[in-house]
Design a protein around this ligand. Structure first.
Ligand SMILES: Nc1nc2c(ncn2[C@@H]2O[C@H](COP(=O)(O)OP(=O)(O)OP(=O)(O)O)[C@@H](O)[C@H]2O)c(=O)[nH]1
Length: 694
């Protein structure tokens, strides 16, 4: 082929490419030089198209890949290529291009390479921007505290973040596999109620455009809040975005705040706020259905002593244990609250006086179980005040105040018992209440002016009818107030502490009388009642010893009557004191046996000589079955422990007969004689030889 023919071919080809939009170069395959370039190629390179002609192709190549291609092409090893590459313009700027090279034959032994270049700068820019946006989005997704799961409209997983996997505890292996069914299955297995969960998920799939918010509880105990939003594209729902947030801590905090504002931190019992709500509810019920309810106000006895001797921490443990015991004494519907300190209030639903009383008895019984500390056991008793709605008040404040008053009465009377409101009123002769202050003043005056007397009630041998002893009982006739019964003034004296001088007076007086009888050869044991305040007072044993010494009375002719509650309070100290009295030779009896918290434990440990059966058990004899049972049990117990038994309040021959058959050894009561002044007492002993003046 001649050169002219070849040139004509090139010109023809140059004409063809000139109008093309893409940049095109024609390269002579023989020498790899540019033989033609269109205007678009000039524009791409930033030069006139004609200035490209004649240049060696390697001059225009920017990448090793191109150099390699042209090297291969020169050797005839390769013919074409299509790829993305870079082009360096004449101004030195490198631009991305899509480049296709193909070899065309222009005739025998004359081939051209046609190089078509498409500037992909704009596409690259858009792609880069898109990639950047996607990376930004992915980073945002990962940095959010929420777990995000994106599904398409069919429920297939499109993407999720690491938080999602972590919240649901999905194994990495499962995530790597991207097995949608396995992931969904693992999610269903992680919730507490899989079937309800699946049901909800299926219902949500049907929800086209609505936002759905709900919570999911996982088996791990965590609670996730789920917000599901439809993903829209061109106004159509194309998928769903589920975001999960762990709200366990928030729920826990809310719960804690609610609990704190309604419960006592130490015992976990509800507080006064809850009590107010429940009392309101009970009042509404009571008004609608006419059912009364009771409030019991409990205060631990001498709790300060527990704190002072065993430490505040142990005191706290006692309070917690008390809370448990109180709860166990009531029904589930009832409410036990701690008002603070050592004060508890119980709401007993649908309870009348009987129901309230039996709850109070259960509580006292429960408190009788000893607490242990470092191998030592001791009892913490409590005092209870009881009020009834509607009888004692119209609302919580009034009821609590009155229950507190009644509880204070119990404290004054020696503690470890219960009392209903109203019983605290001390009826005067005019039927109205006589103020405690007035009584207290009058008592002090009575002691100075000698208005107190001792009367003696004979204690008789059941079999022989012989008088073996006497119980000394205090009497008060006030010139202004008239006769005042010990039941009225002793509680007032106990509360004010004046019981101590009164008790001392009784002790000295009784010992003096017993010594007289002793010298007369009567051999009568005289008993006196000892109050808790008096017994626990320091120096009590010394005072007894000195009274005996002063009167010259053998200790065995004096008996001290103690209530069960005295023994239970501070049992360790009580034991030491009783031991000292017993060593002195004084006799010890338990008064009103059976009405307190009788425990075989203390009967065995304490040096007791006699039990006195309370009159309340004697009253029903011999007809009342439960009284019969109780009296039998007490007599058998006394026999087993080698204790003498004395029955109080024996008024009929039937009662005496029954007691004698049971094995009770002594009795006292109206059947033989009421309490008598000493002269009448002596007359009763010697009917043949009454003292002068009778
Ligand atoms: N350990 C402990 N003690 C408390 C708490 N709150 C109050 N106390 C103590 O409980 C005692 C309550 O004493 P009071 O009821 O006034 O008197 P008491 O010693 O029980 O004597 P009486 O009630 O007259 O039988 C005080 O010593 C308080 O310091 C508590 O949360 N923990």
């Amino acid at each position: 082929m001649t050169e002219g023919v070849a040139l004509a071919g090139i010109e023809f080809a140059a004409g063809l490419i000139d109008g093309m939009l893409d940049a095109v170069w024609l390269i002579d395959a023989a020498n790899l030089r540019v033989v033609a370039a269109n205007a678009a190629a000039g524009a791409l390179m930033g030069a006139d198209a004609s200035s490209l002609c004649g240049r060696e192709i390697v001059e225009l190549c920017a990448t090793p890949e191109d150099l390699f291609f042209w090297g291969e092409a020169a050797s005839g090893l390769t013919q074409e290529i299509e790829s993305e590459t870079w082009l360096r313009r004449f101004d030195g700027i490198t631009i991305p291009v899509k480049r296709r090279i193909s070899r065309v034959s222009m005739g025998p032994a004359h081939d051209l390479f046609v190089v078509v270049l498409h500037d992909s700068s704009e596409r690259r820019r858009v792609e880069d921007e898109l990639e950047e946006r996607i990376e930004e989005l992915a980073a945002t997704l990962e940095s959010t505290a929420d777990g995000v799961l994106v599904t398409d409209i069919a429920g297939n997983i499109r993407s999720f973040n690491q938080t999602f996997a972590a919240l649901w505890g999905l194994p990495p292996e499962l995530l790597r596999r991207r097995d949608d069914d396995a992931i969904m299955d693992a999610m269903a297995r992680a919730v507490t109620d899989p079937s309800a969960y699946m049901h909800r998920v299926a219902a949500n799939e049907d929800t086209e455009v609505r936002e759905v918010v709900d919570t999911v509880t996982l088996l791990s105990g965590r609670v996730l809040q789920r917000v599901m939003l439809p993903q829209m594209s061109h106004g159509r729902v194309v998928g769903r975005v589920h975001s999960y947030r762990d709200i366990s801590e928030r729920l826990e905090a809310i719960h804690r705040i609610e609990t704190l504002s309604s419960t006592d931190a130490l015992t976990g019992l509800p507080n006064r706020r809850v009590l107010a709500d429940r009392v309101d509810f009970s009042i509404a019920m009571a008004q609608r259905e006419g059912t009364p309810f009771a409030l019991l106000f409990a205060n631990l006895d001498r709790f300060k002593h527990v704190n002072d001797t065993l430490g505040h921490e142990f005191g706290d443990r006692v309070l917690m244990e008390v809370a448990e015991r109180l709860k166990a004494c009531l029904r589930q519907v009832d409410t036990v609250t701690r008002l603070g300190g050592d004060e508890f209030v119980m709401l007993v639903h649908q309870a009348d006086a009987l129901g309230a009383e039996s709850a109070a008895r259960r509580i006292l019984e429960a408190m009788h179980r000893p607490f242990t500390h470092g191998g030592m056991s001791f009892v913490v008793t409590c005092s209870l005040g009881i009020v009834l709605y509607p009888r004692d008040g119209a609302g919580l404040d009034e009821l609590v105040r009155r229950a507190d008053d009644a509880m204070q009465e119990v404290k004054s009377a020696g503690r470890a018992s219960y009392r209903f409101h109203r019983s605290c009123e001390v009826p005067g002769q005019d039927g109205g209440p006589r103020s405690r202050l007035r009584l207290d003043n009058a008592m002090r005056q009575a002691l100075v002016e000698g208005h107190f007397r001792l009367h003696y009630q004979p204690q008789v041998d059941m079999n022989t009818g012989k008088v073996l002893g006497a119980e000394a009982l205090i009497r008060w006739h006030d010139p202004e107030l008239g006769n005042i019964s010990p039941g009225e003034f002793i509680p007032v004296a106990e509360q004010s502490g004046f019981i101590v001088p009164i008790g001392d007076w009784v002790l000295r007086q009784a010992v003096h009388q017993a010594a007289q009888w002793y010298r007369q050869g009567r051999g009568l044991v005289v008993s006196i009642n000892v109050s808790a305040v008096q017994f626990h007072r320091a120096g009590f044993v010394d005072r007894v010893a000195s009274a005996l010494h002063a009167a010259g009375l053998p200790a065995g002719m004096l008996e001290l009557e103690l209530t069960e509650s005295i023994l239970i309070q501070d049992a360790q100290e009580a034991l030491l004191r009783l031991q000292a009295l017993s060593d002195l030779g004084v006799k010890l009896a338990i008064d009103d046996f059976g009405t307190g918290y009788s425990s075989l434990g203390y009967l065995k440990r304490f040096p007791i000589d006699r039990l006195k059966i309370d009159r309340s058990f004697v009253r029903g004899l011999p007809g009342d079955e439960s009284d019969v049972g109780i009296v039998n049990a007490i007599v058998n117990l006394g026999r087993a422990l080698h204790l003498e038994i004395v029955a109080e309040g024996v008024e009929t021959e039937d009662q005496r007969q029954f007691l004698m058959r049971t094995g009770c050894e002594q009795y006292q009561g109206f059947l033989f004689a009421p309490a008598l002044d000493s002269r009448s007492f002596e007359a009763k002993l010697d009917p043949e030889n009454p003292p002068a003046g009778l």
